[in-house]
Design a protein around this ligand. Sequence first.
Ligand SMILES: Cc1cc2nc3c(=O)[nH]c(=O)nc-3n(C[C@H](O)[C@H](O)[C@H](O)COP(=O)(O)OP(=O)(O)OC[C@H]3O[C@@H](n4cnc5c(N)ncnc54)[C@H](O)[C@@H]3O)c2cc1C
Length: 427
Amino acid sequence: MTYQLDESTYYDLVIVGFGMASHRLLQELPLHSQSRLRILVLGEEPHHAYNRVLLPQFVEDCATDLSLAAVDFTRHDLSFHTGDAVCVINRREHQVQTVTGRQFYYRQLVLATGSAPVFPDFYHAVALNSPTVCGKILALRNVQDAIKIRAIAEGSHIVIQGGGFIALETAAALSTHCRVTVCHRGAYLMNRQLDQAAAELLQKALTARGITLLLRSEINGAMDSADKLQLAITGPAGVSTLATDLLIAALGVKPRIELAEAAGLVINRGIVVNSQLQTSDPEIFAIGECAECHGETVGLVAPAYQQAKVLAHFLSGQRHTHYQSHSTATMLKISGLAISSIGNVALLQQKSELEVKTMVYQDFQQGDYRRIWLRDGQLLGAVLCGDTSLSPYYQRLISQSATADTSVIETTLVADDMFNDLLFYAA
Ligand SMILES: Cc1cc2nc3c(=O)[nH]c(=O)nc-3n(C[C@H](O)[C@H](O)[C@H](O)COP(=O)(O)OP(=O)(O)OC[C@H]3O[C@@H](n4cnc5c(N)ncnc54)[C@H](O)[C@@H]3O)c2cc1C
């Protein structure tokens, strides 16, 4: 090893990115590691890690507490350097450099750089020709975004492009402050997580909040006109324009791999890691949304936490634990509207009746709808609207690929006290 040992800037472990995955790693390390480590966390955002999941609630109410559980500072020698992104990894020197020119040396390095939001195709061309447009097209990824969105929101009209859970939670949050339109290219909302019946319940609830839904509609372009943004929209009725104060892109995310790529690490969609979260360089690890393990990237906090735990074991010398992806429930967090989706619902809906059995319970008066997909007594997927209390149980069954008597699962689907006015059928 040729790297230079400078006591003041040398660390046993340098963590790049101070988001939810690295925060969980800092919580897990003291639980497993016996030796005292010198750890440095480098974060691009100006503050310590916070609960990103609650950003839509923060948009609705700035008093929302985003703090995460405390880290034990006593077991390791922890330092933080925030508000300064890492721009270079020099693997030969075991060194990282930040945008402001700081240099730090590592024995082992963890990349936890998360994801970046995807912007519409027209964004870059429009922004180049009309830089003022940039301030009117945002995404909700961090606290700064939330603050900017809130500054524009009061009494305005905001269009949200996308029909996934972040789009809808943001729409619901903003609907208490301004007029909101959701523009989604799919035939119904959350079409990757829900079936049509569940989506219709959701759409009814969102419409009741005054949110306008444009389905099968695509935003093809944006033009700055006076103080508004004019959006060109192609929908079932043809092409139209819609004036808005702000367009929020909620079209998904892409792992932040640029640093790793420039450092010559193996990358694909994410930074490629083995089941112990080790990249193609054995001294560099990646966890959270930037990592790709077994060909999969993650987009939810539960698997990112699981990876942090496995890595804490590994870094503490316990090499027997491996990360395995599990089916995680997508939960929609809108007050008065509980929705949970587990498994690959989009794929399951394409299967024939010969391949999978599906069972439905519905009580629309109560706003309850549940659908499950089964094969040979094995639960493959579930959609729950209204009462989602079965979600953890179904999640466990799906994750463990456990087989159960179909009639047992059927009983869970229809709770005893719900036999009145219900429609229950197997298709
Ligand atoms: C609005 C919103 C709502 C969500 N709701 C849910 C939900 O309900 N349930 C759920 O499970 N998940 C939800 N998620 C997803 C969840 O927040 C992420 O899965 C989780 O934050 C991933 O953790 P991470 O550490 O990989 O990435 P992040 O938490 O994004 O942290 C990455 C950090 O690295 C920093 N960084 C990037 N590059 C550099 C660099 N070069 N140098 C230094 N720092 C860098 C970034 O600025 C960021 O602070 C939501 C996300 C958003 C945006």
